[in-house]
Write a protein that binds this ligand. Sequence first.
Ligand SMILES: [Zn+2]
Length: 101
Amino acid sequence: MNLLIIRLIIFAVLFFAGLKLYGMYRQWKLDQETLDHQPDRSDGGQMVRCKWCDVHVPEDEALRDQQHWFCSGAHRDRFLQEQRDLNTSTPPDDTSHDDKH
Ligand SMILES: [Zn+2]
């Protein structure tokens, strides 16, 4: 009678140990998969960042203007508008030739 109980206990322990190992293995595998799918991996070449709002978008959904990527035409237009404003709002520096030592 005692032997039977001991066998049951051993069986139960092995069973739960197996479950725990299986759970750990699954968790480890999930971690590996999430590591493999990092959007910031540079060699993937799939995700690009919008120059205006820093949102990551798939490359085939993004708009490209020269070397910049944008998530939408509106953001591209706003970025180009800002670039234009920066260029026009910087006055020619002829008058401010004071010495800045
Ligand atoms: Zn954007």
